[in-house]
Design a protein around this ligand. Sequence first.
Ligand code: TRP
Length: 365
Amino acid sequence: MGKIILTGDRPTGKLHVGHYVGSLRRRVEMQDSGEFEKIFIMIADAQALTDNAEHPEKVRENIIEVALDYLAAGLDPSKCTIFIQSQIPELTELTFYYMNLVTVARLHRNPTVKNEIVMRGFEESIPAGFFTYPVSQTSDITAFKATTVPVGEDQLPMLEQAREIVRKFNSVYGEVLVEPVAVVPDNETCKRLPGTDGKAKMSKSLGNCIYLADSAEEVKAKVMNMYTDPNHIKVTDPGTVEGNAVFTYLDAFSKPEHFPKYLPDYNNLEELKDHYRRGGLGDVKIKRFLCAVLEEELAPIRARRAEFAKRIPEVLEMLRQGSIEARATAAATLDEVKAAMRINYFEDDAWVKEQSAKYSAGDAQ
Ligand code: TRP
């Protein structure tokens, strides 16, 4: 069997450049590589509701934003199936069965969930749905028999959890499910792009994100305000590159060919960093360079986004069709799962016959 991709995002906001370098860019490359038999891209609205139950409108209003971000980034519905999680009830059904294959203690140990519990201040008041979302994520992956899951590094514990559930399922009920492999960015910086304020986490509430939907002016204003080295006050001061958001973004986005084009005094990023460390290089100059580099990558995305935004009925139809297609695949897997679990009573003619025989034999005695 060929390789199959499944991945997705929670629709709690527009996608930002962290999503882009962390996973989205790679998905598009994988899509265009022709190496994959099927590619499923899921808008994880049901998962988003696990910690937004009281704000369904927040999830609802971001469905189209995320779909537009996908299309803008280059995901192509003729090559991949883009769908909405809640439209596939088979996923919830799988989750209910997988729930029996994982312990509460194991879920407590999941580092991503642990971290999210702290971030959201849940403590003991954590919704059961949120606590168990790693199990639901296992359903997302296994329903499509995904071999390959391109995600950000923060999702690795989810993949580990999925692999464990798959192994458990297959050992108890027989080989039905496929063990997935995560694909994370190979560039260290792309694994965790910081916010424009230098903070580790990009988040809408911190106002430190550059969105794929941002205009050129917005991107420029954000870059010009970016956190650099607080001790680099005069141009002549030696500067620090580590933890300096402008350099981190250059690590993630700049390519050798950008230098002759936009900053011909330097041959490469190393030379630029060396000069900054020695002193004599001002922040504004590097920020202008970063603006040019970002613009090269973001301008075509922004233009495509604007085009798709004019064709919302088509975008919705694409999501509807994608969901129908995805559902058929998930339903086929669920059938296999139920057969393996021996709960496919009415599809099992032999079983039906056996029952009559068994009980009528009983009557005869
Ligand atoms: N948890 C992912 C996120 O936070 C979204 C997601 C849901 C996902 N189900 C998935 C990712 C399955 C990969 C595979 O964005």
